[in-house]
Every structure is written in C-alpha cells, then in structure tokens.
Design a protein around this ligand. Structure first.
Ligand code: 13P
Ligand code: SF4
Length: 340
C-alpha cells in the first residue's frame, strides 16, 4: 500500500490552465470533485514530462486518469500494440497487472511501472501454468489460445494470445479442428458460437461482468427504451438479450455506426463515462459495476509511482521470451487484418 501522500498545493492558475479538462470532467464526475483532482493532475503531468514517461490507461480507468493524465488510452489490445511501438524508456501502465506484464514482455528494454500491485483480475487468477500443462496432456495436439487476461506464465504455455477484439480470428488462425481456449468460459462460449472449431473451455469468469443479469438488461430496454451493448465476458443469457456484443473498441465503433439515441452499456462502469466524451449526442444508461482491481489505480499512487519509480514490473526472461511469441502471434494477425 502507498502511504497517504499530501495533496499538492492548489494554485488559482489551475482554473485557467485546465479549463477545457475541467469542463469535460464536470459532466462525468461530481463537479465538486474536479478541483480536488486538478493539483494531482498538474503534478503528475509535470513529473511525467521530467521523467520522459508515457502514461497508458485502459478504458476502465476513472475519468480523471483517462482524461487527465493518460497519453495513450485503449483496450487491452490497443495498449499491447502501443507498448510494442513505444519510443519512451519509461511506461506507466494504468490498468491491471496482466496488462503491465504484456507491456513489459513486448517492450523488454523499457522500464514498466504499475501504480498498485493490488490491481489483479479474477480471470488471470483463475488459471495457472500447471493447469495449462494439464489441459495439454488431456487434449494432445490441441493448440492453446489464451485470453490476454492471463499471467505471463500462462501466456508462456500458450501458442497464441487473443483479446475479445480478435478471439475468433486468432482461434481460426491456429488451423486446428480443436483448440484449448482459456480462461473465460463466457467469452469461450461466445467465440464457439461463431466458429466451427471445437473449443475446450476453462471455468474462469470475470467477477464484474458475471454480475449483470437478464432482468437488468430487459429493464434498461423496457424502462429507458435503450439499445443494448454488452462485453462478451457477460453470461450467454445476457448476451442473448442485447443488440450488439463486442470488445471495448468494437463497442465504440458500433456507437459510431448506429448512433443510437440512448444506449445501455452492459460492461464496466467507467467505460460509459469515458465513451460519453466521444459521443455527446448519445444518452448513456450507465451501469454501476466498477472493477475493484482497476479502481486500485488512483491519482496519488500514479504520482508516487512516477516519483519513486515504483512498482517496476519484471517478467523472468525465459517466461517473457515464450510469452512474447504468443503475444506477437496475436499482433501479427492484427497487422495482417489491417492491410486487407
Ligand atoms: P478489453 O480486452 O476489451 O480491453 O477488456 C479487458 C478486460 O479486462 C475486460 O474486462
Ligand atoms: Fe479482470 Fe473483469 Fe476487472 Fe476486466 S473487469 S480486469 S476481466 S476482473
């Protein structure tokens, strides 16, 4: 735990210097909170410049982080790509631990920091490298595709990594009739419905997305007349109710194309806050499930991470080397798709 840091001093000039940001934040978080965040945002942005650091933030980060201090924002695929192409020597990853590990694996010569070591993930902790070895023994010859939400040790045991944005392409790229797909059983069932490849699934679940229910989805449609969009980590029953199922980035693209008057995003709550900036004409019915792991990242611990260069993410070389092969396989598929 980072000891409580004294808040940087308020300066009246912050009002003018951060006028545009304050306006953006005021529509997302209670407006009396904005002046509490500005001294931290200012101190972090100054320190970031001094250190020559790049701050990367996942779409589930709080609006004051996402809009206030991040240089790069995106889903887990976007952050992995950004890390692999990053020029800066210091990357501060505002997200959960597996994302910081992926950044370190793809940028082995850079220093990668995560502001809190408490930022885990229920999917990543649902499976170990030994579990993967056991699955391989039970299904000889079947390649392993692991969701990005896994530890580096699990990725090292895998043939390829995928995210929810590219899971079907990665599974089909293996050229096998049967693929071991782990660890998210709900994403696995969603992928299985879109391919003829037989999938062997694991029992992992996202502790945030599994909480959404069919009655909540129906309520949003009936009471608010909202179109429904859900992340594939939700249960199949919930996914059957919605207009569109997609990854974090695909949801944004769907909103761009469909331009619904009102939408309920059945996913982590900060995502709706952050997308509202991009789509001011759309009314968002906001869910209230926050990821407790993503919430471990705060402005004070981002500041402490930059000041004290903590917590450095390290992946032992033999594991990193094997995990990199699996991660690169995913990124190469993405590049091939992009040039089509
Ligand atoms: P994305 O791959 O869409 O970024 O999702 C990551 C995640 O943790 C979803 O819960
Ligand atoms: Fe993991 Fe779920 Fe949190 Fe995403 S939302 S980081 S899958 S626990």
């Amino acid at each position: 735990m980072t000891p409580e840091l004294p808040r940087p001093a308020w300066r009246d000039e912050l009002v003018d210097e951060y006028a545009a940001l304050s306006e953006r934040l005021s529509s997302r978080i209670p407006c009396f909170e904005v002046p509490l965040h500005l001294p931290w945002i200012d101190a972090i942005n100054r320190l970031k410049k001094q250190r020559g650091a790049v701050i990367m933030a996942h779409s589930y980060q709080s609006p004051e982080i996402f809009h206030g201090v991040a240089d790069v924002t995106g889903d887990s695929l976007g952050l992995a790509q950004a890390a692999s192409e990053c020029d800066a020597d210091l990357i501060l990853l505002c997200g959960v631990h597996f994302m910081a590990e992926s950044a370190k694996i793809l940028a082995p010569n850079k220093t990668v920091l995560i502001p809190s070591l408490e930022a885990g993930c229920s999917l990543a902790s649902s499976i170990t490298a030994e579990d993967v070895q056991g699955l391989r023994r039970r299904h000889p010859g079947a390649p392993v595709v692991s969701y990005a939400n896994t530890s580096a040790a699990v990725k090292a045991e895998s043939d390829a990594v995928c995210t929810s944005a590219n899971a079907v392409q990665v599974v089909e790229s293996m050229g096998a009739d049967k693929v071991i797909f782990l660890p998210d059983q709900f994403l696995g069932r969603h992928v299985a419905a879109q391919t003829t490849v037989e999938l062997v699934l694991w029992s992992g679940r996202c502790e945030v997305h599994e909480k959404f229910t069919v009655s909540q989805a129906r309520h949003a449609r009936e009471q608010f007349d909202a179109r429904l969009v859900a992340h594939p980590e939700c249960s199949p029953d919930v996914l059957a109710e919605v207009d569109f199922v997609g990854s974090t980035t695909a949801m944004g693209r769907w909103l761009e194309q469909e331009k619904p008057a009102r939408v309920a995003l059945i996913t982590e709550c900060s995502m709706a806050d952050n997308l509202r900036v991009q789509f001011p004409a759309i009314e968002f019915v906001k869910p209230c499930q926050l990821c407790p792991h993503m919430q471990q990242i705060t402005l004070p611990n981002i500041y402490a991470a930059l000041r004290d260069l903590q917590h450095e993410v390290d992946v032992p070389e033999p594991i990193a080397d094997r995990a990199r092969v699996a991660l690169r396989r995913m990124l190469d598929i993405g590049r091939r798709e992009a040039v089509r």
